[in-house]
Design a protein around this ligand. Structure first.
Ligand SMILES: CC(C)(COP(=O)(O)OP(=O)(O)OC[C@H]1O[C@@H](n2cnc3c(N)ncnc32)[C@H](O)[C@@H]1OP(=O)(O)O)[C@@H](O)C(=O)NCCC(=O)NCCS
Length: 161
C-alpha cells in the first residue's frame, strides 16, 4: 500500500531551496509565485511554508503568516499531477496544526477570487466560512472573497495532524 505523502515544515535547507526553485520554474507561472516572492515572504517573522513530499521533491505547498493571533493563508498550491487526491485538504490540516503549534493562532483567514471555484470548494468543504468581500481587490478588477477558519486550537476542534 502507498504511504500517504508527508507534509513538512520548510527549514531552508539546501535540498529544500533547490526543490522550491525548480518547482517555481516548472509549475504554471500563471498560478504559481516566482521564487523571489517566496524568499521575500519567508524573511518576514512568523511566516511559515509547509510542503507535501520529500525534502528534495515537492507535490504541494501552503504559505502562511501569523500576526496578532490570526494566521493568514497566502497561498496553497498542489502540483496539477497530484490534484484531487486530498493533498489540498492535508495541506490545510497541516497549516491549521502548525499555525497553532508554532504561534498559538486562534483563527485563520484568506482571500480568494470568486472565479476560483476549485479553491472555494476546498475551503468550504474544510469548514472555512465566508465573512466578507473586498471590492476590485485584484489587479484585473476582480473582487476578493474573505474566508475565515476557527478554531485552530486542536483541543477545541478535537483533532490535529
Ligand atoms: C485548489 C487546490 C489547492 C486544490 O488542491 P487538491 O489537492 O486538488 O484538493 P483536494 O484533492 O484536497 O480536494 C479536497 C476537496 O476540495 C474540493 N475541490 C478541490 N478541487 C476542486 C475543483 N477543481 N473543483 C471543485 N471542488 C474542488 C472538493 O470538495 C474536494 O473534495 P473531493 O475530492 O472529495 O471532491 C488546487 O486545485 C490548486 O493548487 N489550484 C491552483 C492554485 C490555487 O488556485 N490556489 C488557491 C488560491 S491561493
Amino acid at each position: 500500500m502507498n504511504q500517504p505523502i508527508a507534509v513538512r515544515l520548510y527549514q531552508g535547507t539546501a535540498p529544500e531551496k533547490a526543490a522550491l526553485e525548480s518547482l517555481c520554474q516548472q509549475w504554471d507561472s500563471r498560478e504559481f509565485w516566482p521564487v523571489e516572492e517566496f524568499y521575500i515572504s519567508l524573511k518576514i517573522p512568523h511566516t511559515f511554508l509547509l510542503y507535501a513530499g520529500q525534502e528534495d521533491r515537492w507535490q504541494g505547498i501552503v504559505l502562511g503568516r501569523e500576526m496578532g493571533g490570526v494566521a493568514e493563508l497566502f497561498y496553497i498550491y498542489v502540483d496539477p499531477l497530484f490534484r484531487k487526491q486530498q493533498l489540498g485538504k492535508r495541506l490545510l490540516l497541516a497549516f491549521r496544526a502548525k499555525a497553532w503549534e508554532l504561534y498559538q493562532a486562534e483563527r485563520a483567514y484568506l482571500e480568494v477570487r470568486p472565479s476560483n471555484q476549485g479553491a472555494i470548494g476546498l475551503y468550504e468543504g474544510m469548514g472555512w466560512k465566508r465573512t466578507g468581500r473586498r471590492a476590485r481587490y485584484y489587479a484585473n478588477g476582480e473582487d476578493a472573497l474573505i474566508y475565515e477558519w476557527e478554531p485552530l486550537n486542536p483541543t477545541l476542534i478535537g483533532t490535529h495532524l
